[in-house]
Design a protein. Sequence first.
Lengths: 368, 321
Amino acid sequence: MTADTDIIKIENLNIWFQMRQGFLKDVISKNLRYAKAVDGISFNIKKGEIFCLVGESGCGKTTTGKGILRLVEPTSGSIIFADDESDPIIKRLLQLAGEKSRKREGTAVVEMEGRRGIDIRKLTKAEMIYARQRIQMIFQDPYESLNPKMTIFDIIAEPLIVNKLSKNEKDKEERVIKALNEAGLRPPEFYMWRYPHQVSGGQRQRVGIAGALVLSPSLLVADEPISMLDVSIRGEILKLMLDLREKKRLSYLFITHDLSVAYVFSDRIGVMYLGRIVEMGPTEMVIKNPKHPYTQALITVVPKPDPTAKEEKIILKGERPDPTNIPNGCRFHPRCPQVLDICKKEQPLNLEVEPGHFVECHLYPGKK
Amino acid sequence: MAMLEVTDLRTYFTTLEGTVQAVDGVSFTVEEGEAMGLAGESGCGKTTAALSIMRLLPSNGYIKTGKIMFNGKNIVTLNAPKLRKTRWKEMSIIFQGAMNALNPVKRVGDQITEPIMLHENVSEAVAIKRTKELFELVGISPDRINEYPHEFSGGMRQRVMIAMALACWPKLIIADEPTTALDVMIQAQILRLLKNLQKELSLGFIMISHDLSVLAETCEKLCIMYAGKIVENGTSIHVFKNPRHPYTRGLVAAFPNIKGVKFMPEPIPGNPPNLIHPPKGCRFYERCKYKIDSCNETEPPLFEIEPGHFVACHLVQKGVI
């Protein structure tokens, strides 16, 4: 695999949740209402790349992350995962996915840039278990995502037991120790038999990371992994994640609400608003030369550690918009400071304003 | 004379494991119309310091020694009825989680009119009128006073909390992490509101946050706390442009600046010390990268490095760093 190949490619992904309107209406009504948490997004992550989704809460960034692992079921669209075929797990997965199954139409193997990829959405439950060995998730809150009644050893060994991966007790222990070492919990023997409440917040997040690493994934979905941590340890976790990328060629989907973290950590950024990516591009381009009015506003309101900064903040009126009632035209128009007439009627197209930098906004007319 | 003058405040907690010295010899002043920021990691004692000023400590906490002079009164020795008269009317607090701080089964209007009626002996009609004014002041439609907290969004609930803190026009407001749970856009709205109110009403204002960049934008003065002590104290410009204490330097370097150069935030390795048995010398000793042996022997006093800029570090005092 060369450096520039995609490890995952998401196209036109929709994740809608049906709204309950009462029993009879749910059963007979023809106009079901949906909360369109993710509404037609496309992006790709290259091998070894850190792609960052940023946005306010409720914009659908976490739902996207969960959708990729099918922790929530996507409504439509495709999620193509294409990893190194020499990897035995991927080999097995490709073989399984190529077979016919009662549970899907046709095959789950698709062609992607001359390589074979797997459409995650078409995998059966049993096949998903294989896929999840290579796509893992790190959760936000290390205080709630770890079972308080399990020792750190048990927490990290659980994926091995679920996936029936350990040959014997000794093998299991070795793998757990390896994962603890990789996550920087050294010496592993010191942490292994403790309970989550006996270690600090930063160490707890490392346990979460070790739990993801124990299956040696190639793509990690990290959902706000540092937002619950103290500032003095945030840097440690970010550094650990960067080290792991170097050593193991991990790719990340990094989900955060904090643009300044996205700025220093990621290679590319996608800015989400109400279920769509409104701006996407290499980090420097998006942060230093934002095009979409929403991105521009977000960047001005990020608090800056500089008391002498004299910058006019663009503070948007109103609060988080409602995904059950998405405005017509451009979904950002009710809050947009530069709104045009056309914005209220037509949804803007996705335009490439400079190489690799995409914006969905009527302010930038161009080739369609 | 300063409106609020805290001198050598020590607040301890009795726990099963021993006495936790959460705040241990903290001194600062707040002038009328001045905004001061109190920053530090979780567990450094910043909230405890605020609760001591309000005398709202939990039952196992007590003020061991120290003076909190507020408008000529020593808060530490006030009895309950006098204290009651001071709270709300002279100083009030905005709590962190608006979700938890509001009573979910009472209308928000009632929660604000109640203290007004109790503290100012006015009729309900007058109190309701004032509540409506307060709502307008914080940017909520006055028609919403009869709604319940769950009908408000997070940002709006925080606005209700601010209206409530202003109910009896106090001169000092303490805001404990007022925007931590909010989105950046809402955070910007609330910070602008707080800053405007503070200027307009010329309030004394103490803002507590772990987020130095939020404090940089709202406060003129900053106190950096570490393990129950103030390690650096000065204007925001002093602290950000010329941080001297190794801990402050670490904290400042831990915040990425979106407008600045792209660099990875530097971690500060290690954990804060156990405050049941705090170290004898400098409390930052274990984590300090400049430490020398003698740092662990005596506690560094606050030392004025330039006018109005104080640092508690042996090495700075000796001119080593």
